[in-house]
Design a binder for this molecule. Structure first.
Ligand code: ADP
Length: 283
């Protein structure tokens, strides 16, 4: 029996050094676009802040940055010295997004090397200061951005956001497999747009199905972090740049997001995230 050959993570960890002052970095990922990953990242970051944690949010969704809109932030980050940028801040969260630096309707065309360089700069050339947790909103899918994150910084873990239906879960599975391959712990799966409660008659309609993510998590032995309903208020507040956790902190949705943030924080600090089993190679 011999030690397994160095996989991608073995190379990654040897390179990955932390960001000075930042205690924990977590990534929020999804297999598909449009499942609510950015909305979830934004409200989870606000959830961490509501728990009293010093929180930052890095919008690494360089193909479709939306955190500037979700946080209702305008203006450009201030330059601090020759290389560093100061993150913008709102609702107690420090935010950096490529969306602060480019026009809203400009095409975001990135080659592989540019992706790596942009994300590395946003991680390392931003004056994050002291943070308990930095939430990174990744682009959907499994590409250069995800690998850059896995290789550039020691990630405490990844959260996968999915809608409940099979077609989204198939892609979520790919995301989970990718993080497992690079030995990033999976902090859990969140089912977004889980079911729709009609605001006039209170009838619940599972528009995208219901419970698919929980079943998926159970089958894979991954923590299931909970579900967020498909709700008009969540959509409206997000689009208005007044995210629901900041606007209605005592409301049912905010409590749900803060509860999920608390569970994530517990597994980050206790190191209880799901890790893939070690690979044993027998020769
Ligand atoms: P992604 O980052 O996965 O592409 P977004 O977070 O940008 O997705 O969300 C896509 C759209 O869905 C946005 O208009 C957002 O307001 C809406 N949305 C996200 N989550 C919910 C939810 N739980 N209820 C209602 N609308 C939602």
């Amino acid at each position: 029996m011999s030690a397994p050959p160095p996989g991608p993570q073995a190379r990654a960890t040897s390179k990955a050094s932390g960001i000075p002052g930042v205690k924990h970095i977590i990534a929020v990922a999804s297999g598909k676009g449009g499942v609510g990953k950015s909305t979830t990242s934004c409200n989870l970051a606000l959830g961490f802040a509501a728990l009293g944690l010093k929180t930052g949010l890095l919008d690494a969704d360089i193909y479709g940055p939306s955190q500037q809109k979700l946080f209702g932030l305008r203006g450009k980050p201030r330059q601090l010295g020759p290389r560093m940028l100061e993150p913008l801040e709102r609702f107690g969260v420090k935010v950096m997004s490529i969306g602060f630096l480019v026009e809203e309707d400009s095409a975001m065309i990135w080659r592989g090397a540019m992706v790596i360089s942009a994300i590395t700069q946003m991680l390392r050339e931003v004056a994050w200061g002291d943070l308990d947790i930095l939430v990174v909103d990744l682009p959907p899918g499994t590409g250069d951005a995800q690998l850059t994150m896995a290789q550039q910084v020691p990630l405490a873990g990844a959260i996968i956001v999915s809608t409940p239906q099979d077609i989204a879960l198939i892609d979520a599975r790919r995301g989970i497999a990718m993080f497992e391959k690079v030995s990033i712990p999976i902090l859990g799966l969140i089912e977004n747009m889980s079911s729709f409660c009609c605001p006039t008659c209170n009838h619940i309609t599972p528009i995208f199905g219901h419970g698919g993510a929980r079943t998926e998590a159970e089958q894979r032995g991954i923590p299931y972090l909970g579900e967020i309903p498909l709700d008009l208020q969540i959509r409206k507040t997000s689009d208005d740049g007044r995210p629901i956790v900041a606007m209605e902190p005592d409301g049912i949705h905010a409590r749900r997001y803060v509860g999920i943030a608390r569970d994530i924080w517990t597994s980050v600090v206790t190191g209880a995230a799901h890790r893939p089993p070690p690979r044993i190679v027998i020769e």
